[in-house]
Design a protein around this ligand. Structure first.
Ligand code: MN
Length: 247
């Protein structure tokens, strides 16, 4: 099995190292990740300059681009063979609910999915970053499952693992995305040169976090596994829109 790994935290991130370690012995592993932290890059491509592919001493490849650039470059040019699976992460921090719209971790997996490769985005659902090993074992379990039992349809999974020891994890739960409250306001500061500058504020707290959501699973000690799709069409509004436009 050929496995392509990427992330959005950068090629030096501990979560990526944990993920690569978890894949050892499972197949031929290639790592292509951004040269710096590109968290929040969403699905952006770099179109205004060339991309450089370099190799770190540990064998990981890094690119002066976005997570999407990395997977795009690897699958559609760098690799001799299409990978059997793309795994992205393990992100430092959650990617639940609305986070998935902004996430570079999800985007790297989504790029694999768009290119026809089964893909999994993996995130450790806290900013303390203590138990990457727990998320790494989930990654391994899912990769083994793919190898032994193909899913039978194109698939993009978004996985969030609570930051707890393996022994305390209850298992995996299939979930839907929840929703967050509106993000915190931007933070205004004055720079040392007297300019007013703004920091994007923190993500909002969970709003729709009821039973069945990713938030609920993670809060209750389960690894959350959500199948994602790309079509953003609001099918339920098509008729209303036709009526509104008199069609
Ligand atoms: Mn990140």
């Amino acid at each position: 099995m050929r496995i392509l790994l990427s992330n959005d935290d950068g090629y030096f991130a501990p979560g990526l190292e944990a993920l690569a370690g978890a894949m050892a012995g499972l197949g031929e592993v290639t790592v292509v990740a951004p040269e710096r932290n590109r968290s929040g890059a969403s699905h952006s491509l770099t179109l205004d300059r060339p991309l450089h592919l370099k190799r770190a001493p540990n064998g990981f490849h890094y690119v002066n681009g976005t997570p999407t650039d990395c997977v795009h470059l690897a699958v559609s040019g760098m690799l001799d063979h299409e990978p059997d699976m793309v795994l992205s992460g393990i992100n430092w921090g959650p990617n639940m609910g609305d986070d998935t719209i902004y996430s570079g971790t999800v985007a790297a997996a989504m790029e694999g999915y768009l290119l026809g490769v089964p893909a999994i985005a993996l995130s450790l659902a806290s900013f303390e970053g203590k138990h990457f090993a727990t998320a790494a074992r989930i990654a391994r379990a899912l990769a083994e499952r793919f190898r032994e039992r193909p899913f039978g349809a194109p698939v993009l999974l978004n996985v969030n693992v609570p930051d707890i020891p393996w022994d305390e994890l209850k298992g995996m739960r299939v979930t839907r995305l929840g929703r967050r409250h509106k993000a915190e306001p931007v933070v205004r500061q004055v720079s040392p040169r007297g300019e007013t500058v703004y920091w994007v504020g923190a993500a909002g707290a969970a709003a729709d976090a009821g039973e069945g959501t990713d938030f609920h699973a993670v809060d209750n000690g389960w690894a959350s596994v959500t199948p994602l799709q790309i079509d953003l069409t609001h099918a339920g509004q098509l008729d209303r829109l036709r009526g509104w436009l008199g069609q």
